[in-house]
Design a protein around this ligand. Structure first.
Ligand code: SF4
Ligand code: SF4
Length: 383
């Protein structure tokens, strides 16, 4: 080892404390082995916004000189381990700190490891992730996304399960013994130590070969050099919209061609067009102007711009007309209204299965009933 870098990709605010616990504990554990390290959040992600993908890092080195040398860059160009604490971000992430959607495995070194907390299996997760031309390993920790808030923390053992897994897949970084010692010092909990050890014992990796994954090309941009920039500060307005999909009727606002908010989403709305009363509330209340008005006066949530806040579900007065469904069930951002137009019976069956499945599953944010928080914590302890 000389320098080992770990990044934690997390949802801003909802998972901030979780990410901080992970990167800090890595450095504390490494120090027990005579190494030196530092843990920090990325400056460009501050101030954080709810759900926007953000990163924290742990950099560990054999000596101060190597550490300083590696810290002379704004952010690691490559990391040995990427930890993703919400599997919806496997589809790509767009944070405050860069321009355009970035693959989740973008910084993972060739031969490095991506650790993901997920209820999905390896193969289904790989279908969400961008292809690469170099191999890496994938380790999945069976888990629901651990969401809470800025100053609160959901103590469901996700942090220690990740630390235990990390000790297995990156034993050159830190041993399980040092990790368990740190967990005891940090939390004083034998249960948390046991969870970390269980994760260590169970951790397996699945090699991801070059070319595996989705073929979607990553977004690229030609940014102007300083000599090409316009004078003064130019903030261009977005043009006014027009007819639905360029037609004469309906309405579709013009949206930014480069800024895509959908990587903020861990759930998306699914619309029942047959029960919609065209009351307009979702269209009026959506904070991101996501709804396109279709020629028949219905409202089609545009998945390129939906951030998954759930406001449309909350304001819709018709039972089950808008249902927030976990993002893990989808592989594209296609129009639901167009799918419904093409095959109304097929759409109804697809939608019914999704809605019923979601009712049985834990929501990735928000709760179905009082006391669910406590139930989830107990359930994660058993996994
Ligand atoms: S979840 Fe609904 S209200 Fe929220 S951004 Fe998406 S379409 Fe708009
Ligand atoms: S709030 Fe519900 S009923 Fe009203 S227009 Fe939107 S989907 Fe239709």
């Amino acid at each position: 080892m000389s320098v080992v870098a770990v990044e934690v990709v997390y949802r801003g605010i909802f998972q901030r404390t979780l990410a901080r616990n992970i990167v800090r504990s890595i450095v504390f554990a490494a120090r027990k082995e005579g190494k030196i390290g530092t843990a920090f959040g990325r400056y460009g992600d501050s101030p954080e916004r709810n759900g926007i993908p953000a990163k924290q890092f742990a950099i560990v080195a054999d000596g101060a000189e190597e550490l300083e040398e590696s810290m002379a860059v704004y952010e690691a160009a490559q990391v040995d381990v990427t930890i993703n604490v919400d599997d919806a971000m496997c589809k790509g992430v767009e944070s405050w700190a860069w321009y355009g959607l970035q693959p989740i495995n973008e910084l993972t070194k060739p031969g490095g490891t991506l650790i993901v907390t997920s209820r999905q299996d390896n193969d289904s997760l790989i279908q969400d992730m961008h292809q690469r031309d170099t191999a890496y390993d994938l380790a999945v920790i069976p888990s629901i996304p651990s969401f809470s808030g800025l100053w609160v923390y959901k103590d469901d053992h996700t942090d220690v399960r990740i630390l235990g897994t990390l000790a297995k897949v990156a034993s050159h970084l830190v041993s399980i013994e040092s990790m368990l010692e740190v967990i005891k010092e940090q939390w004083g909990s034998e249960e948390k130590q046991a969870s970390a050890k269980k994760a260590y014992d169970r951790a397996t990796v699945r090699p991801v070969e070059p070319g595996e994954g989705k073929s979607e090309e990553r977004m690229t941009f030609t940014l102007p050099g300083w000599k090409d920039m316009e004078e003064g500060v130019v903030i261009r307005g977005i043009e006014e919209g027009g007819g639905f999909r360029g037609g004469d009727s309906g309405y579709q606002p013009v949206r930014s061609a480069v800024f895509k908010k959908f990587s903020t989403r861990s759930m998306r709305p699914v619309i029942n067009f047959e029960t919609c009363t065209k009351c307009t509330l979702c269209w009026l209340q959506c904070p991101d102007t996501c709804f396109d008005v279709t020629p028949d006066g219905l409202y089609d949530a545009n998945m390129e711009s939906c951030c998954g806040c759930g406001v449309c579900e909350a304001v819709c007065p018709v039972t089950d007309c808008v249902t927030m469904v976990s993002e893990s069930h989808f592989n594209d951002n296609n129009s639901q209204w167009e799918a419904w137009q093409k095959d109304k019976d097929g759409y109804k069956k697809w939608m019914t299965v999704l809605v019923e499945t979601q009712k049985k599953e834990t929501r990735t944010h928000g709760f179905h009933h009082k006391g669910q928080y406590a139930e989830e914590i107990a359930a994660m302890g058993d996994v």
